[in-house]
Design a protein around this ligand. Structure first.
Ligand code: ADP
Ligand code: ASP
Ligand code: MG
Length: 499
């Protein structure tokens, strides 16, 4: 099948405008398709984690791996914090704050690399520090220039981890080759949340196909790309998953593997529900909704390139590599189970606009959404009544300007510290009684903005942030844990109720 990627992102939701990439050469059809293996920050936090990744890659060599890696755990946060320090005027302290993390890289190299490779890598770290120092100095003097410079600084996390991992893989006898991801991923200049451009496909193929043809293992940093002008840009927090999917689509990969610190996509966030279980198979749509509504295990944009090229995505546990994890494919297996997972997103702001002008009038909603468009603010959930509209915002940074404009249309009420909870599962729209079961279980918790049926796989509602964890635990219990009723409540046929 001819792969349609890359398309341009038009909004935060999954929406693309087309551009057909040329097919891979006839010759490449006869060799095995590559497998993208992406390792997150938690999978590369110390020497033993790097060793573990090397063992996993080694056991997948016959699948023609292309390795994509995140910055080592915690480094991206530290790099971003250092930029804030520089903006505050203290460039010296900003650079100094990174020394602990740079030291962690050197310690891993000391543990895992031979003398020659270690010395070369130490030089790479020293050069990176010097460059970051210069950038901190510029930001301290001209804080307004910080957006592209921030991306340049933050990108050094992935650049260092990818160079280190390539060296570690070579140390383990693998023919690994570091590739600067900026040579492959071409983006627009929306720094901090850049979108891939169509040039990504030919650039990625030109860089990586010759390496794959000579049985090398390319190793790239995730999360980073480069604009037409050659300036470094990043794809947004958690964006290494997205890089893996973009590269996978460009190469028409056999599979995109996301290696992380949990056993695949689970029925709920394990930080809230300790009994959360692995979901063996998810459809693309279920996974996209889960990611969009807060399941951090996948970046929300990861699924679209996979859908466009019909590439399976597998979420695997780097701490238990033999486990199957979660397979995400076009259609999840026909199973009687309706509810597959519970996702949530904290820190939501809701805005309610009430106006008698809405009654029977047309044009009101257009005027309302134009306000959000003007202030480049994405809306997640919308509910309407005869005279009011409620909208939920993940990013409320433009709230003061939004309120000023919305007040021209009606009375505005804002509520902060809200949580969107989503119950996700294919066939939810057509399964009777799910909403009743969900809401009767949490009848003592105030629920607002209920949206069911807008998507066939999703039931969402809003609660107060302070009540969210309690609600999620109780819903997980009724949907997946309660022995005698788990099957019934989750929509399982009686004979499939777990013993
Ligand atoms: P990585 O560093 O591998 O990219 P992330 O921290 O971005 O890892 O994502 C993995 C984390 O996502 C898990 O440790 C878990 O706490 C969180 N998470 C939230 N919801 C889910 C879910 N439904 N299934 C699995 N993990 C989830
Ligand atoms: N290192 C980046 C982050 O922490 C990208 C990623 O890990 O996916 O957001
Ligand atoms: Mg992640």
């Amino acid at each position: 099948m001819l792969c349609d990627w890359p398309f341009l992102f038009m909004s935060d939701k999954l929406q693309f405008v087309g551009h057909k990439a040329p097919p891979l050469s006839a010759h490449s059809k006869f060799v095995m398709k590559p497998t993208i293996m992406k390792f997150g920050g938690t999978s590369v936090e110390d020497a033993s984690a790097f060793r573990n990744v090397a063992a996993i890659v080694k056991s997948h060599v016959r699948l023609r791996p292309v390795v994509v890696v995140s910055a080592i755990g915690g480094f991206t946060n530290a790099l971003l914090a250092s930029v804030q320090q520089a903006i505050g005027g203290d460039a010296r302290a900003a650079t100094k704050s990174l020394d602990h993390f740079l030291g962690r890289h050197v310690a891993i190299a000391l543990d895992l690399l031979n003398l020659e490779s270690r010395v070369a890598f130490e030089l790479t770290v020293a050069v990176a520090r010097r460059e970051i120092r210069q950038l901190h100095k510029i930001i301290a003097v001209h804080p307004v220039t910080h957006r592209p410079l921030q991306d340049e600084i933050v990108a050094s996390g992935e650049q260092l981890s990818a160079q280190l991992l390539a060296a570690v893989l070579r140390e383990h006898g693998l023919a690994a080759r570091y590739v600067d991801a900026r040579r492959c991923l071409k983006t627009d200049d929306n720094y901090g949340s850049a979108a891939p451009l169509p040039e990504t496909t030919p650039a990625t193929r030109a860089e990586l196909m010759p390496l794959l043809a000579s049985t090398r293992i390319p190793v790239l940093g995730g999360f980073i790309g480069c604009t037409e002008k050659g300036v470094t840009a990043t794809l947004g927090r958690g964006g290494s998953d997205y890089s893996a999917a973009i590269i996978g689509a460009a190469l028409e990969a056999r599979e995109i593997q996301i290696w992380t610190d949990v056993a695949g996509v689970l029925t709920a966030d394990p930080r809230i529900v300790s009994n959360a279980r692995t979901i063996p198979v998810l459809s693309y749509q279920e996974a996209a909704e889960l990611a969009y509504f807060g399941a951090k295990v996948l970046h929300p944009k990861t699924i679209q390139p996979a859908i466009d090229c019909r590439i399976p995505v597998r979420v695997c546990n780097s701490r238990a590599p033999a486990e199957a994890g979660t397979l995400i494919v076009a259609e999840s297996e026909a199973t009687a189970q309706t509810v597959k997972a519970i996702a949530y997103k904290n820190g939501i702001t809701t805005v309610q606009v009430t106006s008698a002008r809405m009654l029977g009038a047309y044009g009101f909603l257009r005027a309302l959404f134009e306000v959000f468009d003007r202030h480049r603010t994405a809306v997640d959930v919308v509910t309407t009544s005869e005279v009011s509209v409620s909208l939920s915002l993940d990013d409320a940074s433009a709230l003061p300007q939004l309120i000023a404009d919305l007040e021209q249309l009606g009375a505005v009420e804002v509520e902060e510290h809200r949580t969107i909870i989503s119950i996700i599962g294919e066939g939810l729209r057509n399964t009777a009684g799910i909403a009743a079961r969900v809401f009767s279980e949490i009848s003592d918790i105030n629920v607002a903005m209920i949206s069911v049926g807008a998507s066939s796989v999703n039931l969402t509602f809003m609660v107060d942030e302070a009540r969210a964890a309690d609600a999620i635990r109780r819903l997980h219990y009724v949907c997946f844990e309660r022995p005698e009723s788990a099957g019934k409540r989750a929509g399982l046929a009686a004979e499939e109720v777990p013993a």
